[in-house]
Ligand binder design. Structure first.
Ligand code: SAM
Ligand code: SF4
Length: 335
């Protein structure tokens, strides 16, 4: 018998109140760390959640205790019915947020405002136009930059996600932190993570320690203030004294944060995942379409969540690319 009030609590006592919904496996960029160079096999449209299904499934999670929903992908804004989806979800009275590459932000600004989406994570891995093209295989740097400033000027709460890759953009760490001198944003450096087809290996990871050392060397150790960790944090945050914004480090590889994890993932094809690093997925959509209750599958998924990084407890296990090959690419999971 499942205790309904606790189906989102796992065997380690972690309460999962944050649902990340991937709206699509498609994207208008081709970031090489996120997807294989030859693309991903797209799920046929009739096997993807419709707007109504997204709403109904999300509502079930909210009834079970979810208070925060983030829309992601692929690129969530390439989904043609994004307005409809976000308008429906806004009725759920959850904290609704978005992760985007920023390209279509100007088009959707009124929809975001209307639906109370105030917190936006915008991905931008470099401040150099040519490098942007190298990493995303598209020429959209100026558009993303314009839309970043548009969001800031419109008063949105902005976190800029920067995936660091050794030898590629780790020489821009200081430039990114300098942006926070006058802009009220948080720059979040993300350690490069392994997924199917993204050519990951440990030598490409820029570690938490290296990022902090670079910042301390440049700004002076006494100028860097460590901020308290937020509840259910992923980023460990810092501030350079008198700067308007902050910077943070998401160190899933060298310094994970599994103890306070409260995240559940729902893929665009309606599969639930209890951990980003787990290759196990459980199908909610088929059960839902058959008119059956999905709560038992949600409960089973949460009960099987392992303590740390889907069971990869040691650095050796985590650093072995073989252990990540059968997990889907980030673009298909929903980051
Ligand atoms: N398209 C949107 C975007 O780029 O923000 C949302 C989806 S994207 C998969 C979500 C986040 O995952 C982005 O910030 C992206 O940088 C991050 N990401 C993708 N692949 C990654 C990897 N291999 N390691 C670390 N972060 C990754
Ligand atoms: Fe697209 Fe985002 Fe992945 Fe880049 S990181 S390919 S923008 S989904």
């Amino acid at each position: 018998m499942i205790n309904q009030s606790s189906i989102l609590t796992d065997t380690f006592g972690r309460k999962h109140s944050y649902l990340r919904i991937s709206l699509t496996e498609k994207c208008n960029l081709r970031c090489t760390y996120c997807m294989p160079a030859d693309g991903v096999l797209l799920t046929p449209k009739n096997q993807l959640m419709t707007a109504d299904e997204i709403f109904s499934i999300a509502e079930i999670f909210v009834n079970q205790g979810v208070t925060k929903i983030r829309l992601t992908g692929g690129e969530p804004l390439v989904r043609k019915d994004f307005s409809e989806i976000s308008t429906q979800l806004a009725q759920l009275k959850v904290d609704l947020s978005l992760t985007t590459n920023g390209i279509l932000i100007d088009k959707y600004l009124p929809v975001l405002k209307q639906n109370g989406i105030k917190s936006i994570n915008l991905s931008l891995d470099t401040l150099q136009e040519e490098k942007f093209k190298t990493i995303t295989l598209r020429n959209q740097f100026q558009k993303v930059k314009e839309n970043l400033y548009l969001l800031i000027n419109e008063g949105f709460n902005i976190k800029v996600n920067v995936v660091l890759i050794k030898g590629f953009n780790d020489n821009e760490i200081i430039d990114f932190i300098k942006l926070t001198q006058d802009l009220p944003i948080t720059i979040r450096f993300i350690e490069f993570m392994p997924f199917s087809g993204n050519k990951w290996d440990t030598t490409k990871v820029v570690s938490y320690k290296e990022i902090v050392e670079q910042a301390e060397t440049h700004f002076g150790i006494n100028q860097i203030q460590k901020l308290p960790n937020e509840a259910n944090f992923t980023a460990r945050n810092f501030k350079v004294h008198h700067f308007k914004g902050n910077f943070g480090i998401i160190s899933s590889i060298t310094n994970p944060f599994c103890d306070s994890c409260n995240r559940i993932r729902l893929t665009a094809d309606g599969k639930i995942k209890n951990c980003l690093f787990s290759n196990k997925e459980n199908d909610l959509l088929t059960q839902f379409r058959e008119g059956k209750s999905i709560e038992p599958i949600i409960a089973k998924t949460m009960q099987s969540k392992l303590q740390k990084r889907a069971g990869m407890n040691t650095h050796e296990e985590m650093n072995n690319p073989q252990n990540h090959f059968d997990n889907r690419s980030m673009i298909a999971i929903g980051g």
